[in-house]
Design a protein around this ligand. Structure first.
Ligand SMILES: [Zn+2]
Ligand SMILES: [Zn+2]
Length: 347
């Protein structure tokens, strides 16, 4: 299973009572439920209109998450009978896991960007082992050992309970700049590739409510990783461009996929951008000592925070997004050794 967030940052230590269901903006409920990942919780937003309501992301199907979501919806006074729309911001499991079931039970229309709609089909709709095989091959060239590969042991039936997505024909695919009507209000779709290739944010232009998905989070930097040759090749370059794209939006409040709503979108994007440039300086200093593969670089940057092979894989993916960004900007280069490893060095 793909874990959407980095092992790089932990949530604050004071736990919120879960599920939390709180009206954060007039007619917008934040429902916070537990997830079995380092971030511990994910936010589902319910946008309530006169003629039905909409859900932004769906959380996933672990028993705890599921129970918390039903309770949260009940506290907000919402029933699936008038759930009209589901917006999936991106393909990660804690955002799409229950979308198949919720769509089936409500008949809701589902909006998603075409890139991530394609991704859920590849990853969660039956071709999982193919994807996992491809990702494992990809990581072996970057110095990871076979024991560190991911989820080869998870039973596909168990997986389908946790993550089930609607069939392709239930989706309405939306692209950058489109304006969509959700719960009676107009939202502009903003494509923000980086954290995932097809992630979208939504801006309600009349009052600046900004649904940021995992693009801009408070307290932690979203995981920006490279996981396969089939994905967009420079996710960190994409991400930095996507940060610049949203920095000056007239956002009155940011509603993130994890953590608390916040204000100050421009300041937060500037902080995250700076974090990535600082990390690149660190990486260049390591490459300056000797050419090395991504796994070796990741060990020096992150290993004190690893407690399992999944955390290692995410750290290597995060490191690779930096190495490739350095390569695209002409500061690093890559060469293949006789035993098939890819080493990076300073130009
Ligand atoms: Zn995510
Ligand atoms: Zn997330």
């Amino acid at each position: 299973m793909q874990q959407p967030q980095p092992p790089l940052a932990q949530p604050r230590s004071t736990p919120e009572p879960l599920p939390e269901a709180r009206e954060v903006v007039d007619g917008i409920w934040k429902i916070t439920v537990p997830i079995p990942f380092p971030l511990r919780t994910v936010n589902v937003f319910a946008l309530v209109g006169k003629h039905g309501w909409a859900m932004i992301d769906t959380s996933m199907g672990t028993p705890d998450t599921r129970e918390a979501l039903w309770k949260g919806l009940e506290r907000a006074g919402l029933s699936l009978d008038n759930l009209r729309t589901i917006v999936l911001t991106h393909h990660h499991p804690d955002h799409v896991g229950l979308s198949g079931e919720l769509q089936e039970r409500s008949g809701a229309n589902v909006f998603m960007h075409p890139i991530d709609e394609d991704a859920i089909r590849v990853i969660w709709a039956g071709k999982m082992s193919e994807r996992f095989g491809r990702v494992s091959n990809f990581f072996s060239q970057h110095g990871m050992l076979p024991g560190d590969f991911w989820f080869t042991q998870v039973d596909p039936d168990v997986m389908r309970n946790l993550i089930r997505v609607p069939p392709h024909e239930k989706f309405t695919l939306v692209n950058d700049g489109e304006v969509i009507t959700v719960a009676g209000e107009q939202y502009r779709v903003i494509w923000t590739p980086g954290h995932s290739d097809g992630q979208i944010c939504l801006l309600r232009e009349r009052d600046g409510v900004f649904l940021a998905a995992d693009h801009v989070l408070p307290r932690i930097t979203p995981n920006i990783g490279l996981y396969s040759e089939k994905d967009r090749p420079n996710p960190l370059g994409d991400y930095l461009a996507s940060l610049a794209k949203v920095a000056d939006l007239p956002a009155s409040i940011v509603l993130p996929g994890h953590g608390e709503p916040f204000t100050g979108l421009a300041e937060r994007t500037a902080q995250i951008t700076q974090h990535h440039y600082d990390r690149e300086k660190q990486i260049l200093a390591l490459l300056d000592q000797q050419p090395q593969h991504a796994n070796r670089v990741a060990e020096q940057l992150f290993s004190h925070r690893w407690n399992n092979s999944e955390a290692r894989r995410m750290a290597v993916a995060e490191t690779l997004s930096h190495l490739e960004h350095l390569r695209f900007s002409g500061q690093a280069e890559q060469h293949r050794t006789s035993d098939g490893l890819l080493l990076y060095s300073v130009v």
